[in-house]
Design a protein around this ligand. Structure first.
Ligand SMILES: Cc1cc2nc3c(=O)[nH]c(=O)nc-3n(C[C@H](O)[C@H](O)[C@H](O)COP(=O)(O)O)c2cc1C
Length: 172
């Protein structure tokens, strides 16, 4: 499974959340400025941004414009915000215009700006971000149940037993 965490951040708030998510997934977060290319298809990209002067950053918008829907199966958006205006909705809308699936689950945290919301995102929000990312991956890519010695899952073995039971045969 291929997962990525990509973000744009001017003052570090979205970066802090991106890094927490990546840590929760045992990955490195990639700032947009360092992102090179999609070497292979991704199952899930966590994509983060924020509002500046009422809009998403231009480089981030251009990056979304270049996304290839053949290379990205799902995107999960996240943002940090200093006001009530949440950039997740705008991110989702821009990505969907590219025909790429954006999952319903999204994450946003407060971000400090000009002395407002000092200390945010805080440790609790960072921990929530890590947990959120893990939950998204477990939800969309649940782990395969362990196989038995014959290479079958316990569910498959149960089904086999049921198929050969006299009760099942009586109904056939
Ligand atoms: C230059 C600048 C302009 C901003 N303009 C807005 C804005 O128009 N509306 C808004 O809700 N927040 C605005 N903010 C607040 C940011 O969206 C918020 O602080 C966000 O967490 C910044 O993320 P970052 O630290 O990852 O860059 C602005 C912040 C900066 C630095």
């Amino acid at each position: 499974m291929k997962i990525g965490v990509i973000y744009f951040s001017k003052t570090g708030n979205t970066k802090a959340i991106a890094e927490s998510m990546a840590k929760g997934l045992n990955l490195e977060a990639t700032p947009l400025s360092a992102f090179a290319a999609f070497d292979e298809a991704y199952d899930m990209i966590f994509l983060g941004g924020a509002f500046y002067f009422g809009a998403l950053n231009k480089e981030l918008v251009a990056f979304i414009g270049r996304l290839d829907k053949e290379k990205i199966k799902n995107i999960c958006v996240f943002s940090t915000n200093n006001s009530a205006k949440d950039a997740c909705k705008e991110l989702k809308s821009q990505v969907e215009q590219k025909g790429i699936h954006v999952i319903d689950e999204h994450f946003h945290a407060d971000g400090h700006f000009l002395g407002m919301k000092k200390g945010h995102p805080n440790e609790e929000e960072k921990e929530q971000a890590a947990q959120f990312a893990q939950n998204v991956i477990s939800l969309y890519f649940p782990p395969e149940p362990p196989k038995t010695e014959e290479g079958k899952t316990s569910e498959e073995k149960k089904d086999e037993k049921a198929d050969s039971s006299p009760l099942t045969s009586a109904f056939i």
